[in-house]
Design a protein around this ligand. Structure first.
Ligand code: HDE
Length: 713
């Protein structure tokens, strides 16, 4: 069965959801224009007037309806995670998880469970940019045969605060300041850092937020984390604590800050476009689902509280068991109907998945429905196509705004005799949801557990786990974020607060923000690290990367084509970039089409750069600042660069002069230095292509950055 047949197979859950959505999809091809009442419209360009220069008439029902509908097109944006982008796909478990959970969608490896995923930023408005420094949301709705299960995750495994009651405070602090609505989609302002220094539980999350994790290269290259601690419960009623992970098959990769800022202006849709295009090209993003499990008996075995959402469970201590894979293989048809109207909820669980007493999770369980009631205009948003379960829905809930179901019969209460007490509660055996019978006792008290009081040890653990380049990026991020704070006392307090994490870090922060270093170097004394959290140790894969090829009239055809073919063979995309759109001709006269001109492209939109030789082509490019900008940006952003013959001279002519290009003078020898791959007079291109592809897979070549964060050869 091919993918399409599978999707249409009614026994297949994946196909079932698609079919369900199909009945709501309308393409409007070859139709006549009508009103919402189905009345055909004869003219939609002129309102009904008393004379062709006269006033518009109230009785113009088509005008009134068209305008009223338009006036009401917008709904409130999400109070957080307003900017998002969704895609459809399916999930398949690798092997039965019956030992750990009775969740049906985790039992049978042959079942494809349909999913809808919405990726998002947290702070910015709906129209803000994709590449801002922020946490990314990663919410997945599984349409399981037992009802909908939502895994409402982020790309960072911990959170700012320990108790949900502080959520309105942290969000007010990080959103634009209320008196002037500045700045948009940014944490680099006084109120946020005032909140940080006043709430030391944020320390660990700040380390992640200022790391490369918060400027992902692509939604396809991010991890997802359920953050909160949940429970798996099996059919014997045995429970285990569980944390959920999504692991991208393409590895975890990031932009650099300068690039992210420039992209926010040049291509604010960078991430959504990347996802949309990848799916359209059949490069379906894949994420493996992993779980960390802790037995109930081991709850207190760790030097952190496993219910504290400002702590992660280091993978080296609690391994991640990979249990299945999600494939995103279908773009939405309509952004509003699908992405915008999707409603996720951490409380949407199915039998086999239960909650813990994590105080952040407990509060989340209230918030999501509450906010959706307002955003989606009433209590019936579960009937919106994207939110409908494929499992049957039967209950006595009735009426309310926008009710779609026509509930038949006179009975709408329970228990009843008139309809044989239907719908009847289902027993445990019939897979009725029975909450895990955790024993709880305690005094009613507004208090934080002592076990939540350490705010720094894991922040140090995270810092210790970073590579030198990652550490440099964190320090530079502090310089930007706190450098933008106007209140000097807050800046000084930031240094004091992060001195509790690491003395060197605090001293380095102080250097860039104009305040005193800490009097005495501090720290927690934690020396361990967790290699799994460093992006240095992630999957390195060239597939789906994008390479810009700079060329002009008079390029060497063979050099361009051989490299292009090899790159495409490795799943890498190639765009020919030149001064203008149209055709360019090689030295020998062969013609190729330019994909992008300098005015509609930029180095920041690509992962790597290639410059084939050809004296005339290079001479032409030397006259153009845009070609040099491409090279200098690509070099500064630590991107792989490939050049052949005269192409190397263009590198030297730009600012890549420190690099030891002399090495490349030796005939036919490929040289790779700091991610710059060059060769002169190659006898064949294979060695060059291979090294260039390895350099692309590496993603970035951080050794180019010296200790000051400047570029060096
Ligand atoms: Fe959310 N969060 N959140 N959150 N969250 C919302 O629900 C909330 C938290 C997350 O694509 C809201 O429908 C509270 C952690 C995602 O539609 C709101 C707390 C994590 C999305 C809400 C948290 C998340 C939301 C806003 C406790 C990672 C976007 C709109 C402090 C596990 C879902 C909405 C989508 C959205 C409340 C913390 C993830 C206001 C009270 C931790 C991915 O209900």
């Amino acid at each position: 069965m091919n993918d399409e047949q599978k999707q249409n197979d009614p026994m297949n859950l994946n196909g079932k959801k698609y079919q369900q959505l199909e009945s709501f999809r309308v393409d409007h091809n070859n139709t006549k224009l009508t009103t919402n009442q189905g009345v055909r419209v004869s003219d939609t360009d002129d309102s009904l007037k008393a004379g062709d220069r006269g006033p518009t008439l109230m009785e113009d029902f088509h005008f009134r309806e068209k305008m009223t509908h338009f006036d009401h097109e917008r709904i409130p944006e999400r109070v957080v995670h307003a900017r998002g982008f969704g895609a459809h796909g399916y999930f398949q478990v690798y092997e039965s998880m019956t030992e750990f959970t009775k969740a049906k969608f985790l039992q049978d490896p042959s079942v494809q469970t349909p999913v809808f995923v919405r990726f998002s930023t947290v702070v910015g408005s709906r129209g803000s940019a994709d590449t801002v420094r922020d946490v990314r949301g990663f919410a997945t709705k599984f349409y399981t045969e037992d009802g909908n299960y939502d895994l409402v995750a982020n790309n960072i495994p911990i959170f700012f605060i320990q108790d949900a009651i502080k959520f309105p405070d942290v969000v007010h602090a990080i959103k634009p300041e209320p008196h002037n609505e500045i700045p948009q989609a940014s944490a680099a302002h006084d109120t946020f850092w005032d909140f940080v220094v006043s709430n030391t539980e944020t320390a660990h999350m700040i380390m992640w937020l200022l790391s490369d994790r918060a400027i992902p290269r692509s939604f396809r290259m991010m991890e997802g984390f359920g953050v909160n601690t949940f429970r798996f419960v099996n059919d014997q009623g045995k429970a285990r604590f569980v944390k959920f992970h999504w692991k991208p098959k393409l590895g975890v990769h990031s932009l650099v800050w300068d690039e992210a800022q420039k992209l926010a202006g040049k291509d604010p849709d960078f991430h959504r476009k990347d996802l949309w295009e990848a799916i359209n090209m059949g490069e379906y993003p894949e994420f493996e689902l992993g779980v960390q499990m802790i037995d109930e008996e081991d709850e207190f075995m760790f030097d952190f509280d496993i219910l504290d959402p400002t702590k992660f469970w280091p993978e080296e201590i609690v391994p991640v068991k990979i249990i299945g894979k999600m494939t995103l293989n279908r773009n939405q048809d309509n952004f509003f109907a699908e992405t915008e109207q999707a409603a996720f909820h951490p409380g949407h669980v199915v039998p086999g998945i239960d909650f813990s007493n994590d105080p952040l999770l407990q509060g989340r369980l209230f918030s999501y429905t509450d906010t959706q009631l307002l955003r989606l205009g009433g209590p019936n948003f579960h009937e919106i196509p994207i939110n409908r379960p494929i499992a049957p829905v039967n209950n006595n809930q009735r009426d309310g705004f926008h009710r779609m179901t026509i509930d038949k019969g006179q009975v709408s209460y329970s228990p009843n005799t008139l309809r044989g007490n239907s719908p009847q509660p289902a027993s445990d055996k019939e897979n009725g949801y029975v909450h895990y019978a955790e024993k709880v006792e305690g005094q009613k008290i507004r208090k934080r557990s002592e076990s939540f009081h350490d705010h720094y040890r894991q922040a140090t653990l995270f810092w210790n786990s970073m590579s030198n380049a990652e550490k440099r990026h964190i320090i530079k991020a502090f310089h930007f974020e706190v450098g933008n704070v106007k209140d000097k006392t807050i800046k000084q307090q930031v240094v004091e607060m992060f001195n509790n994490v690491d003395g060197f870090l605090a001293a380095e922060i102080s250097k860039g923000i104009g305040v005193m270093p800490p009097a005495n170097p501090g720290g927690t004394g934690v020396t361990e690290s967790s290699p799994a959290v460093s992006q240095d140790n992630t999957i390195k894969d060239a597939r789906t990367r994008k390479v810009a090829v700079l060329a002009d009239h008079g390029f060497t055809f063979d050099e361009l084509m051989q490299v292009k073919t090899a790159l495409e063979g490795a799943g890498v995309h190639v765009d020919i970039i030149s001064r203008t759109l149209g055709i360019i001709a090689s030295v020998e006269g062969q013609q190729i089409e330019v994909n992008k001109s300098y005015s509609i492209s930029s180095s920041i939109m690509y992962d790597a750069l290639f410059i084939p030789g050809g004296q005339q082509s290079i001479n032409n490019m030397m006259m153009h600042k845009e070609a040099k900008d491409f090279i200098n940006d690509a070099f500064a952003h630590a991107k792989p660069i490939g050049a052949i013959n005269e192409g190397i001279d263009l590198l030297t002519n730009a600012e890549v002069k420190n690099i030891n290009l002399a090495l490349t003078e030796s005939k036919g020898e490929v040289t790779t230095h700091l991610g710059v791959v060059t060769v002169r007079n190659p006898s064949d291109f294979e060695a060059f292509n291979n090294e260039f592809i390895v350099a692309i897979a590496e993603h970035r070549h951080w050794l180019r950055e010296n200790q000051d964060g400047k570029m060096t050869g």
